[in-house]
Design a protein around this ligand. Structure first.
Ligand SMILES: C[S@@+](CC[C@H](N)C(=O)[O-])C[C@H]1O[C@@H](n2cnc3c(N)ncnc32)[C@H](O)[C@@H]1O
Length: 306
């Protein structure tokens, strides 16, 4: 017997899902979306092509040797495509484009920021909350630091602090290390998984996770919170800037647009259904403060539980 079930997924979402399932079409859509992003960046003054061409002249094969841990085992969930890059976070193309992509993608977040200032305003909105909620840290761990943008921003905010930037991508870390030499920023770069950093117990006052939780399955997020608790001192804080599932921007987003977003962010459903407050308490933190800190983001600050 066939039981008829009502299909509650809207037609537009099913259509998008169906189209994305056809590989050549998905390839064309990805290419178009990418072209549009580069064009948009150039239009608002992000020197996308020039910067990437300049970066290509660096001897990256030598640079990667300075930061890579060749015996590191990557978690399976990481070995997939992200942000429409086939190789995900493990390649030179995403590494050389992360900085210009961040400036472009964040340019539309604040209506009145002036487009190029979107990224720095987003970071400032995080730092303002840190300044008001936590004492000045001496030792900071920037988990999932990418090419170091969040680490440099923390170093600028706390010039007296010792900053460590940690990431799973040796490609991103190579760019971070190269940029820190250019800026003469003294940052310690660590190639490791945030869920098992290999760093000693109780050595940081602040662990920061900036714009990364939406790229993780829930099990990894929980392990990372537990690891953050382990490396924090007794009066330390974990601070997180992440997408805000309760913001109007996402609540009112048409489902087919969300489906398109999911095609470049494989763990978005996991992230949107995570009870972050409960996950932090279970990992050994006090009840966190959660503050909307852009039309689409929130800042979560949790102190180590006694
Ligand atoms: C969107 S980027 C954020 C980069 C950076 N925080 C910034 O402000 O530009 C997300 C980063 O998370 C890293 N990542 C994802 N899973 C990770 C894990 N389990 N451990 C360490 N890094 C991870 C990726 O390699 C990537 O660099």
């Amino acid at each position: 017997m066939v039981i008829a079930t009502k299909n509650t997924t809207p037609f537009s979402t099913r259509l998008i899902n169906g189209l994305l399932g056809i590989k050549p079409l998905y390839g064309i859509a990805k290419h178009q979306a990418r072209q549009m992003m580069v064009k948009r960046g150039e239009r608002i003054g992000v020197p996308w092509k020039k910067q990437v061409e300049e970066m290509k002249t660096v001897d990256w094969e030598s640079e990667i040797k300075k930061v890579e841990n060749p015996s590191l085992a990557y978690p399976d969930y990481y070995l997939t495509s992200f942000h429409a890059y086939e190789q995900g976070n493990l390649g030179w193309k995403p590494a050389l484009e992360l900085e210009v992509a961040a400036l472009t993608v964040h340019s539309t977040i604040f209506d009145q920021a002036g487009e190029l200032a979107g990224d720095s305003k987003l970071r400032a909105s995080y730092h303002n909350i840190l300044a008001s909620e936590i004492p000045e840290p001496q030792d900071i761990l920037d988990m999932a630091c990418g090419v170091g943008l969040s680490s440099f921003a923390l170093q600028e905010m706390y010039p007296q602090a010792k900053v460590t930037g940690l990431d799973l991508s040796p490609y991103f870390l190579s760019v971070a290390n190269y940029r820190s030499q250019q800026r003469q920023a003294n940052i310690n770069w660590v190639h490791a998984a945030a869920e098992s950093t290999g760093l000693p117990d109780a050595t940081f006052d602040l662990v920061s996770i900036y714009l990364t939780c939406h790229e993780l399955p829930q099990s990894a997020t929980r392990q990372i919170f537990t690891e953050a608790r382990r490396v924090l001192r007794q009066d330390g804080h974990l601070a997180i800037k992440c997408m805000n599932p309760e913001s109007e921007a996402y609540l009112k987003m048409p489902r087919y647009v969300f489906t398109l977003l999911k095609s470049t962010e494989p763990y978005l459903d996991d992230y949107f259904t995570l009870d972050i407050k409960q996950a932090l308490i279970e990992a050994g933190f006090q009840t966190p403060t959660i503050t909307p800190s852009s039309p689409r983001h929130r800042t979560v600050v949790a102190r180590v539980a006694d």
